[in-house]
Design a protein around this ligand. Structure first.
Ligand SMILES: [Zn+2]
Length: 330
């Protein structure tokens, strides 16, 4: 097993392969990046944990895409958490936000709450936006009482016919005299190359086709290699995914050392919003002049707070109208 300069580091996603099992995957560990996102908004703990899981899943999925675009994970559901949005801007930026009903969240109490209880029923959408003029692709899974792990399994089973297992974990730990959130995740996919074991079709990861009908294309009997890999991943404990003392490399070694695991170049991740005055102006353009007048506050200004990073844009309505009178930039 080769080592990298990211050994033991946080905010890193590490791709790997277990070639004897025809398995490829990624491990992510989020430290400062996820703590910044979750503590900035002072989310209730239960909300923070679910958004942390969503962020770990977003990095696992988004980091596999080989373009300079964006991967977005979004939920819309009827539970205490009404909406989650996490953006992964290739190659290394994440941001996230959650909208929730505080009373409903508090009504769940302070014990351990399942992710599915916070999400309720609705939709999980994953959008790939390759940027420039290329078209967007969106895959959707119904949320109906399952968490993010199971929803991801369903997505890959239904849309891509790639056997997939995901583990996600979030925790608060004491670091440097204060509590800090950490998140971790592990994803594996079964991608056999030899034709006789190619029971899943010929789809490659990152090559996202149009959604297929959800007919059951899974093989009648699962391949032994996949069963072995799946069991190893399913038995991974939460603490193994988030413990700062267990590096991604060590976790992979623990799981797969008997088979031999190869790691590839790690990718550092950081929290960074992409909001800007220019983007705010583009948003303002979509409102009617009357709607824009309604946005003016008692102080005579238009105040807009970014839902992701909480940055406040304080705009002069006259400046806004003057700017929007210019032709729309291409
Ligand atoms: Zn922002």
């Amino acid at each position: 097993m080769s080592s990298t300069s990211f050994e033991g580091a946080d905010d890193v996603v590490l791709p790997f392969a277990v070639e004897p099992l025809d398995v490829r995957g990624r491990v992510v560990r989020l430290g400062a990046s996820i703590d910044t996102i979750l503590t900035r908004h002072a989310y209730p703990d239960a909300v923070a944990r679910v958004l942390g899981e969503a962020a770990a899943l977003t990095v696992l999925l988004g980091s596999s895409l080989k373009f300079e675009g964006r991967f977005q994970l979004q939920t819309k559901s009827d539970g205490p958490i009404e909406m989650i949005v996490v953006d992964y801007d290739a190659p290394d930026r994440i941001r996230g936000t959650a909208r929730f009903d505080r009373e409903k969240v508090e009504a769940l109490g302070h014990g351990a709450v399942k992710t599915s209880d916070l999400l309720g029923s609705g939709l999980l959408a994953m959008t790939i936006d390759p940027g420039s003029d290329r078209s967007r692709y969106q895959g959707v899974v119904a949320l109906e009482g399952q968490g993010f792990e199971e929803a991801a399994h369903q997505y890959f089973r239904q849309s891509e016919q790639i056997p997939t297992r995901v583990r996600l974990a979030v925790a608060e730990q004491f670091e440097g005299g204060r509590r800090a959130y950490r998140a971790g995740g592990l994803l594996i996919q079964f991608l056999p190359t030899s034709p006789d074991r190619m029971r899943q079709g010929d789809l490659a990861p990152g090559d996202i086709p149009e959604g297929h009908p959800s007919n059951d294309l899974m093989p009648p009997a699962e391949d032994d290699a996949w069963v072995e890999a799946k069991l190893l991943v399913e038995t991974t404990e939460d603490h193994e995914l988030i413990d700062p003392a267990v590096s991604s490399e060590r976790l992979l070694y623990r799981l797969f050392h008997e088979r031999g695991v190869r790691v590839f170049e790690a990718q550092a991740i950081h929290e960074e919003c992409r909001c800007s005055t220019k983007r705010i102006m583009n948003m303002m353009r979509r409102f009617s002049p009357e709607d824009r007048r309604d946005m003016v506050g008692d102080n005579g200004r238009i105040g807009i707070t970014c839902e992701f990073c909480s940055r406040v844009y304080d705009l002069d309505p006259a400046d806004v109208e003057a700017e929007l009178a210019q032709p729309e930039p291409r």
